[in-house]
Design a protein around this ligand. Structure first.
Ligand code: GN1
Ligand code: MG
Length: 348
């Protein structure tokens, strides 16, 4: 069966009035396969159908339980309702479909809001901050023990560096030779990044429920102050600087995370400030002083961890992130190291 026919069959298993007018594949994520299904029925919403990557997400049940709990918790609070896209159940009343060994989920397509790969104005950055900050606040009442850690050590830099070191050990010398300079740049920041993580794990920061993939392109933005957060795959407990940092690494700069032209990467302090204003406002005072102080430079930590992960994947033979050309992960790593260095010299 071709992909269009399979998608029609799969979509028919969800409990939603749908007559598919067109199917568009959405390419922005690196991991799942995502399709926008346009609905020909009048006054019925379009939907998003997504295949969850089970190589990356080994415990889809836990992933989906987190997503369902968080989505319902948010939708039960009137003022936060539009922060998330409603999930559509299957005709069996489950929020995910297991079919021929694959796992699929569906949610409503949000009209009149869109994503941005790179920031276009301070207003967009502020709205992204407001949305992610409100998201943190909206989840603050959920006990962390109710949320599964289905990818242990996801943003633990010590763990990610161990994975890199292992990849270096196992990799053949020619491949290593291609990335000597990237590896040495990673060494330059090793101590600094580990010590930020150690401060947090030694009790400096409370554990919160986070989104953990808060790049700019994971928030839909429209005319209202609050946007809609998408991509709930990595909801897990952690430290707030994971979320602020992941957002800032994409909001602070004018280029995409794989731009190989490092000389073109510029940091915009106005965008950083706009994001932080919005974020802090959205959290409605729940952040501690130390958490607030960690925000401006958190982008450096998360850009660094991404660089480490991209390079590790390159050395492992590009098995994790989807790539468009063989050196794609090296370009991503170099780009993120440059972003990390710009955060290091940031004066705000
Ligand atoms: C992956 O596929 P996507 O874009 O949602 C990754 C994130 C990285 C991101 C880099 C589960 O997310 O951690 O920040 O790529 N997700 C996972 O763009 O590893
Ligand atoms: Mg994601």
């Amino acid at each position: 069966m071709g992909i269009e026919a399979s998608i029609k069959t799969l979509a028919g298993k969800f409990d939603v009035p749908l007559s598919i007018e067109s199917i568009t594949s959405i390419k922005s994520g690196h991991i799942n396969s995502t399709y926008h299904l346009k609905n020909a029925l009048p006054n019925q919403p379009d939907v998003i159908l997504q295949k969850v990557n089970q190589q990356v997400f080994e415990n889809v049940k836990h992933l989906m339980e987190n997503q369902v709990l968080v989505t319902e918790h948010i939708q039960n609070q009137e003022k936060y309702r539009n922060l998330v896209a409603p999930l559509i159940p299957t005709k069996q009343g489950k929020y995910w479909l297991e079919y021929e060994g694959e796992v699929w989920r569906m949610h409503i397509f949000i009209k009149n809001k869109k994503t941005f790969e790179t920031p276009k104005s301070a207003e967009i950055c502020r709205k992204a901050g407001q949305t992610y900050g409100t998201f943190l606040k909206a989840l603050a009442e959920i006990p962390a023990a109710k949320i599964h850690t289905h990818i242990p050590d996801f943003h633990n830099i010590r763990f990610r560096l161990r994975q890199l070191d292992l990849a270096v050990e196992r990799c053949d010398e020619t491949r290593i030779a291609n990335v000597e300079s990237v590896l040495s740049e990673i060494e330059n920041y090793r101590q600094e990044m580990c010590s930020l993580f150690d401060t947090a794990t030694n009790g400096g920061f409370p554990i919160r429920i986070l989104h953990n993939d808060t790049k700019l392109s994971n928030v839909l933005i429209g005319t209202e102050e609050l946007g809609t957060v998408i991509d709930m795959d990595t909801i897990m407990p952690g430290f707030v600087f994971y979320d602020t940092g992941d957002a800032l690494r994409s909001i602070a700069v004018n280029t995409k995370e794989d731009d190989p032209n490092l000389g073109a990467i510029r940091m915009n302090p106005d965008y950083i400030n706009a994001f932080i204003d919005g974020y802090v406002d959205g959290t409605e005072g729940i952040l501690t002083d130390l958490e607030q102080k960690s925000i401006p430079h958190s982008g450096g930590y998360m850009a660094y961890i991404m660089a480490v992960r991209f390079l590790t994947d390159y050395l492992n033979g590009n098995v994790y992130y989807s790539i468009s050309y063989p050196e794609h992960n090296v370009d991503r790593a170099n780009n993120q190291l440059k972003v990390c260095s710009l955060f290091s010299s940031l004066d705000i």
